[in-house]
Design a protein around this ligand. Structure first.
Ligand code: NAP
Length: 281
């Protein structure tokens, strides 16, 4: 029998969530219906029934929603991208219909696009019972020519405006751990981490087997995931994959838990060198 991944509390939301969730950016575009069903089955097997998607992830969300229609056990995190109120309402109506639910677990303002108006709208949906928890996501300032900034994210956290934040953090890009994570934790806001493998780029140059042995890891993906879990403020880390066996490997890594401080530093050193090599510096 496969054991399940640990869970961590999200204090303000008053729930706990699996430390591992399934991201759906790009990977599900390539996965046929059987592969997608296999990914969800892998998530069920390891007790990681949490998915993150968005209406702008090609056709990932409608395909995912179709498969989850019969399974209310998954915690569904999705997003609002638009800023026009009519478009926000229309996309949300499609999301509810698609999942066959009267309420979405976590609706996040994507990249903080139009966050002031969208958070006010989200609060109304929460009061009406159509959204269980609210959130914002932040990858980098003015992402894709829209979006908010790191200062906006800090403001949203300080003003206690959401239940969850989703942030970009990995061993090569750790700066949000300095102030954003502690501020969220102090407010009891759950932290969802995106891009633990830098969209796969960090996996391109794994260290030697001897280096991994010294870390107590069997793979570089394990080391990178356990580096994220070393931060106690993190509630859940999302890994996107098109391969059920990769999701099962990520679950095994999550079960191994955080790295020690020396191992975490060694992982960060190698990850930074991978990023520098890849960006040609
Ligand atoms: N602004 C936002 O709101 C935002 C932005 C970015 C991401 N996100 C969310 O966060 C999720 C995760 O981030 P991400 O998709 O950018 O990147 P990621 O999880 O850092 O990396 C995904 C890549 O890692 C590979 N991978 C996964 N597990 C592996 C394993 N055990 N061994 C080898 N390769 C493995 C996958 O390839 P294979 O298919 O070959 O496994 C895929 O190419 C997204 O899917 C999305 O849900 C949100």
């Amino acid at each position: 029998m496969t054991s399940t991944v640990p869970r961590r509390p999200a204090r303000k939301a008053g729930i706990d969530l699996p430390v591992l969730g399934l991201g759906t950016w790009r990977t599900i575009d390539r996965a046929g219906p059987d592969r997608l069903a296999g990914l969800l089955e892998a998530a069920r097997t390891v007790g990681a029934r949490l998915v993150d998607t968005a209406p702008v992830y090609s056709d990932a969300e409608p395909r995912l929603a179709r498969l989850l229609r019969q399974d209310p056990s998954f915690f569904v995190a999705t997003k609002i991208w638009d800023t026009e109120p009519e478009a926000v309402e229309a996309v949300f109506a499609e999301q509810l219909t698609g999942y066959g639910r009267s309420c979405i677990d976590l609706l996040q303002v994507h990249n903080l696009n139009g966050w002031r108006a969208n958070l006010a709208w989200l609060d109304r949906q929460k009061a009406a019972g159509r959204v269980r928890f609210t959130g914002v996501t932040y990858q980098f300032d003015h992402a894709f020519g829209m979006g908010g900034t790191r200062a906006d994210l800090a403001h949203v956290i300080a003003a206690d405006q959401v239940d969850f934040v989703q942030v970009n953090m990995n061993a090569a890009e750790p700066t949000l751990a300095e102030d954003i994570l502690p501020a969220a934790a102090e407010a009891g806001i759950g932290v969802v981490v995106m891009r633990p493998f830098g969209e796969g780029a960090l996996l391109a140059e794994p260290p030697s087997a001897g280096f991994l042995r010294e870390l107590g890891c069997t793979s570089w993906s394990e080391a990178l995931l356990r580096w994220v879990l070393t931060h106690p403020e993190v509630t859940t880390v999302l890994t996107a994959t098109s391969r059920p066996e990769h999701f099962l490997a990520n679950a095994a890594a999550a079960r191994s838990g955080p790295l020690g401080p020396a191992e975490a530093e060694a992982v960060a050193d190698h990850a930074r060198s991978v990023l520098m090599t890849r960006s040609g510096r």
